[in-house]
Design a protein around this ligand. Structure first.
Ligand SMILES: [Cu+2]
Length: 251
């Protein structure tokens, strides 16, 4: 793989595959979901305006107070209205609706498939195993070390999470990054994210799992690539991450 050779960061004696640099072709899940939301909101609003506008226009055009009680072609009981133009209007409106609906289906499915699978060209992502337990989260890195309730990642890199549980059902999620994955014993759910802004994000459990559920939180600390390499180096040596820089914003 082309990316692998020039983008491997040597950290201590372990190699962390940092699969791509900023500027490459990728989008975050958050931006995909925001776009889907915006398109559907805009289209729904446009359709609403057209339908309600047409209704009001006809209400005004045929209102009794205007005196237009006589129609040119009044409907006759028991007969289908013939319409004008040989069904052109019907054909046009069905045709336009079909094009819009089919385009929307194809586009939103491909966007959702991307959101699920991630940018395909970066197969050698950084992989972190996430193990839920009552009541906390263990993050197991590729160096074999475990970090509890703190996930440290570099900004602008694809991170793949393999989520499981060692007791009951949990759900791992980070609202700000729009990611969520089931954490179920005996199963592994995979999700991915790219954090394009440094800071401290909040990971929470989204499955009522017991008395400590609401305290089942973890910090997702996103730092620059250089800082990450330093922190990961120390993590590899000592088994725990050093404190992150204290100018990180909470997100
Ligand atoms: Cu929970």
């Amino acid at each position: 793989m082309r990316w692998a050779s020039d983008r491997l960061a040597q950290v201590g004696e372990f190699v962390v595959p940092l699969s791509h640099a900023p500027g490459d072709e990728w989008r975050t899940q958050a931006s995909v979901f925001e776009e889907i939301y915006f398109i559907f909101l805009a289209l729904g609003t446009a359709v609403g305006i057209v339908v309600i506008g047409y209704m009001l226009y006809n209400g005004w055009k045929y209102s009794a107070s205007k005196g237009t009680t006589e129609l040119d072609d009044p409907p006759v009981l028991g007969e289908l209205p013939r319409g004008e133009g040989g069904g052109k209007k019907l054909f046009l409106s069905f045709g336009i609706s079909a094009v819009i609906v089919i385009t929307l289906i194809v586009w939103s499915y491909s966007a959702l498939i991307y959101a699920e699978q991630g940018p395909e060209e970066f197969e050698d992502n950084m992989v972190v195993e996430v193990e839920g337990y009552t009541f906390g989260w263990d993050f197991i890195y590729e160096n074999g070390e475990t970090s509890t309730n703190t996930l440290v990642v570099p900004e602008d890199h694809v991170v793949t999470l393999e989520v499981t549980s060692r007791d009951v059902w949990h759900t791992f999620g980070v609202t700000e990054l729009r990611i969520k994955a089931d954490s179920i014993p005996g199963q592994t759910a995979t999700t991915w994210f790219i954090a394009d802004e440094q800071g401290i994000y909040l990971a929470e459990c989204f499955e009522l799992c017991g008395a400590g559920h609401s305290f089942m939180e973890a910090d997702v600390i996103v730092v620059s690539e250089e800082t990450f390499e330093e922190m990961y180096d120390e993590f590899t040596e000592t088994g725990s991450f050093p404190d992150p820089p204290d100018d990180l914003e909470e997100r």
